[in-house]
Design a protein around this ligand. Structure first.
Ligand SMILES: [Zn+2]
Length: 198
């Protein structure tokens, strides 16, 4: 059952965005506006407006999450500059670039969840197709392929094709495919472990 079945998706978007602004001010507005711009730019406007929360993802090692039942994207609130280390406002967010990528990652889950495929997994046709499709649009090169398991003796091993993206990179895309200098060094220091663990 779809939870956001408003007849007019624009009306739903405006209402949800207004709620986001009430709850998180500029950060709420930023999340919805970035979502809307990514939906237009990378998904042909096909995604329905989700709820977007700043909070704790269900697994607290995660930077973001997409809940397919309620169509809710959660972005880890630690990405906000809650310590107010910088007083110059939104443009000076500690981890804004990272938050962008986490949102994009969640939106791929959103698209996969909407089309009824295995939205949790990063090792399936739909995910690798999306990675290969979006990568050049954000200035990355990608050679993503579904990685099969094969039996080797007693154990099962994952077999990555020569030059193909590894499983870890598939699950942490696009964060783990970004060149080292893409994120602020402070972002790496604070969130590096979480990026690696996605
Ligand atoms: Zn994921």
């Amino acid at each position: 059952m779809s939870k956001h079945t408003a007849p007019n998706p624009h009306a739903a978007f405006d209402t949800l965005r207004a709620a986001g602004v009430i709850m998180w001010g500029d950060y709420g507005a930023w999340a919805y506006d970035t979502w809307a711009s990514y939906n237009a730019t990378y998904f042909d406007g096909a995604l329905e407006p989700p709820g977007i929360l700043w909070g704790l993802a269900p697994n607290n090692r995660k930077l973001g999450n997409y809940d397919t039942e309620f169509q809710i994207i959660t972005l880890y609130s630690g990405l906000l500059d809650t310590e107010q280390t910088n007083l110059w406002g939104l443009d000076a967010w500690l981890a804004r670039d990272l938050a962008r990528d986490v949102l994009l990652h969640a939106m791929i889950h959103q698209k996969a969840g909407t089309s009824g495929c295995n939205y949790r997994s990063h090792n399936n046709e739909e995910w690798v197709n999306e990675v290969n499709r979006i990568a050049p649009l954000i200035g990355l090169r990608a050679n993503a392929q579904v990685i099969p398991q094969m039996r080797k003796g007693q154990s099962l091993i994952w077999v990555t094709k020569e030059g193909g993206m590894r499983r870890r990179e598939l699950s942490g895309w696009p964060m783990l495919s970004r060149p080292e200098e893409h994120y602020n060094p402070v972002t790496w220091k604070r969130f590096g472990e979480m990026i690696q663990g996605e």
